[in-house]
Design a protein around this ligand. Structure first.
Ligand code: DAT
Ligand code: MG
Length: 148
């Protein structure tokens, strides 16, 4: 069982798409194990996106993610990292496959609605950065109908 980290970015919250987007992950069978709404500090934003420091879009990315509240969460499930990435779609909405979140709701790379961890190492470090040990271990009644 794998865990991954997701942010519903400021545009998703402002546009009232929080429920719609979480529903897509829930329907897929992923299980929420942590969630919170927060205004991201500049320090947290710079840590989270440290890998992109120095790129031309870095400062606008920091302004965007700190511009209004976000909803951050951790989900758990079989192959959760890949499943969430392919539910979210390609970074550039114009290149995202139809049916993905970024294709269905987005147009611009700087307003692409969702962040999702891109591998096991980033998932572990992002979960630690945003939630520490604050994850809920729980049994979901329909787990046996989703996990073989
Ligand atoms: P992803 O969010 O799909 O993991 P990423 O990690 O490469 O993509 O980049 C993080 C965010 O930075 C991305 O969601 C949007 C922004 N970004 C990436 N490449 C960009 C570019 N060439 N121009 C503008 N913004 C970009
Ligand atoms: Mg990324």
């Amino acid at each position: 069982m794998e865990r991954t980290f997701i942010i519903l970015k400021p545009d998703a919250v402002q546009r009232g798409l929080v429920g719609e987007i979480i529903s897509r992950f829930e329907r897929r069978g992923l299980k929420l194990v942590a969630m919170k709404m927060l205004q991201v500090s500049e320090e947290l934003a710079r840590q989270h996106y440290a890998v992109h420091e120095g790129r031309p879009f870095f400062e606008s990315l920091i302004r965007y993610i700190t511009s209004a509240p976000v909803v951050a969460m951790v989900v758990e499930g079989t192959d959760a990292i890949a499943v969430v990435r392919n539910t979210v779609g390609a970074t550039r909405p114009a290149e995202a496959a139809p049916g993905t979140i970024r294709a269905d709701f987005g147009l611009e790379i700087g307003r692409n609605l969702v962040h999702a961890s891109d591998g096991p190492e980033t998932a572990a470090s992002e979960i630690a950065l945003w939630f520490g040990d604050d994850l809920i271990e729980w049994q979901r009644a329909n787990d046996p109908w989703i996990f073989e």
